[in-house]
Design a binder for this molecule. Structure first.
Ligand code: GDP
Ligand code: GDP
Length: 470
């Protein structure tokens, strides 16, 4: 599971500065969920090979009364969901009563807390920080978030257990292992594969033995639980309660048309009864972790609410994680034709940038359109993991260039030589040639779409990169 790091501290200690520094490394997106999460901000970050989620818990103002209450309101859930808490204080300001209040609270939590003294640039850090030992949180980690000083050392310590766990293979190793699994599944059918490129493209049997993990995500009340129940079928609803913290998703195996799936249920349908209001059962951290762990993300949006900024944030996180995506517009029942048209227009306008994603109009409540989702989930998964040979990629590139030759740049025709795969999930295609870096964006988009159409790749972005020469 992707670890979660929470930044805690009174206002002005430098939380957002550190947040920005951490998330910039993966030019992260920030999801602001107004109403749901108050001041909290979520970002994706990485340290070496390790991806993690950063939560800026917002300010806790110690000058007001009832700091415990404030913390409960604003930061408790974030702290609860975190694996590591970075408790930030201001080295220049010294210990304040708000710091003491927060420290008291944190000491009572069963959390790994790192005391971080920020703004140690241009001052004698050791002298300024000595006072913070009185907070009884152990070692003081001196940093200057604004300049990056001490941040690497801090992360090395704070993320140590996760870095150790990261015997996790590199992307290349993962791709190789995945490929080996496909071949194993395909054992005995080699001739079919080796015959023709076309066969390789349609050799879909090799996926059949691997379950496709898909996460059902979306805002509170969009219909996630209803859809999960619908997919599982009445007789499959399981009624026992799973132990676990609020942030754990539930993994439910499911078979359909001889394809295995694992539904990552972020809504918690297995819970017997909704005890809490939906706002409380919704957790951004849970959603982000589910995205990271899924092969395909099924994003539910509410036909009656339209596309919201939160939907776009979730979409942004999904694309940023490189996951395949299927979009389902739920609550499509009982709408008149005019409304339906308006919604479709709105979708086209706001979701133009994900034109590669299939959009379904469904009613989780009545079941209409739900079955078709599985086809798109399969398609998105297969698209993202499709193995395509160099000869096939080059052939398609040549076809594209014949249909529409590359433009002249400074009087010389751009020459495309050959193409090969640079990775999967999402697919990367590398095109070699002369002056390829000068190709205008319109021609690049044309090539991407040509690949998309001829390889029938849906539900995943295609990255085409260019390399000068051979
Ligand atoms: P937050 O309220 O905890 O999110 O704090 P901010 O990140 O907004 O920072 C508050 C102020 O402290 C800003 O004016 C920052 O420029 C400044 N600041 C943050 N980090 C550093 C640092 O490492 N050194 C110095 N000198 N100033 C910093
Ligand atoms: P979640 O918070 O995303 O898990 O949403 P729920 O599945 O709990 O659904 C929230 C509310 O929307 C419930 O009252 C559902 O009955 C209702 N709902 C869910 N799907 C549909 C649908 O397709 N049509 C209509 N009309 N209502 C739906």
């Amino acid at each position: 599971m992707t670890p979660v790091v929470a930044l805690v501290g009174r206002p002005n200690v430098g939380k957002s500065t550190l947040f920005n520094r951490l998330t910039r490394s993966r030019d992260a997106l920030v999801a602001d969920f107004p109403g749901l999460t108050r001041d909290r901000k979520y970002g994706q970050a990485s340290f070496g090979e390790l991806n993690f989620i950063v939560v800026d818990t917002g300010g806790i103002d110690g000058s007001e009364e009832g700091i415990e209450v404030k913390m409960a309101e604003q930061s408790l859930q974030a702290i609860e969901e975190a694996d590591v808490v970075l408790f930030m204080v201001d080295a220049r300001a010294g210990v304040t009563s708000a710091d003491i209040g927060i420290a008291n609270h944190l000491r009572r939590q069963q959390k790994k807390v790192f005391l971080v003294a920020n703004k140690t640039d241009g001052i004698d850090g050791d002298a300024h920080c000595a006072d913070f030992y009185s907070l009884a949180l152990g070692e003081i980690h001196q940093i200057a978030a604004a300049h990056g000083r001490g941040v690497t050392a801090l992360l090395e310590k704070a993320l140590a257990p996760f870095l150790e766990e990261l015997v996790e293979p590199t992307e290349e190793e993962k791709a190789a292992a995945e490929e080996a699994a496909y071949w194993a599944a395909f054992e005995g059918k080699e001739e079919v594969l080796l015959n023709e490129d076309e066969e390789e493209l349609t050799g879909e049997d090799r996926y059949a033995d691997l379950p496709i993990k898909f996460a059902i995500i979306g805002r509170p009340n969009v219909g996630k639980s209803t859809l999960t129940n619908r997919m599982l079928g009445e007789d499959r609803v399981i009624v026992f309660d799973m132990p676990g913290t609020t942030r754990d998703s539930i993994y439910i195996p499911l078979e359909r048309d001889e394809q295995q799936y694992i539904v990552i249920d972020t809504a918690g349908v297995r819970k017997k009864k909704k005890i809490y209001e939906t706002v409380e059962k919704f957790s951004v951290v849970k959603t982000l972790q589910a995205i990271e762990d899924a092969n395909v993300v099924l994003l539910l949006v509410d036909a009656r609410e339209g596309i919201s900024d939160q939907d776009l944030s979730l979409l942004g996180f999904t694309l940023h994680s490189g996951r395949s995506i299927v979009i389902a517009v739920n609550k499509w029942d009982g709408l008149d034709q005019d409304t339906k048209e308006k919604i479709k227009e709105d979708l086209e306008r706001r979701l133009g940038f994900v034109d590669f994603a299939r959009v379904h109009f469904i009613s989780a409540l009545h079941g209409s359109g739900v079955g078709n989702l599985f086809d798109s989930i399969q398609e998105a998964y297969r698209s993202a993991t499709k193995r395509i040979s160099t000869s096939m990629l080059t052939r398609i590139m040549n076809m594209a260039a014949e249909d529409h030759q590359p433009p002249l740049v400074r009087g010389r025709r751009v020459k495309l030589k050959y193409a090969h795969a640079g990775g999967y999930n999402p697919p990367r295609i590398i095109i070699h040639g002369n002056q390829v870096n000068d190709l205008p964006d319109s021609y690049k988009r044309y090539l991407i779409n040509y690949y998309r159409k001829s390889l029938k790749i849906m539900g995943t972005p295609i990255h085409v990169e260019f390399q000068e020469g051979d």
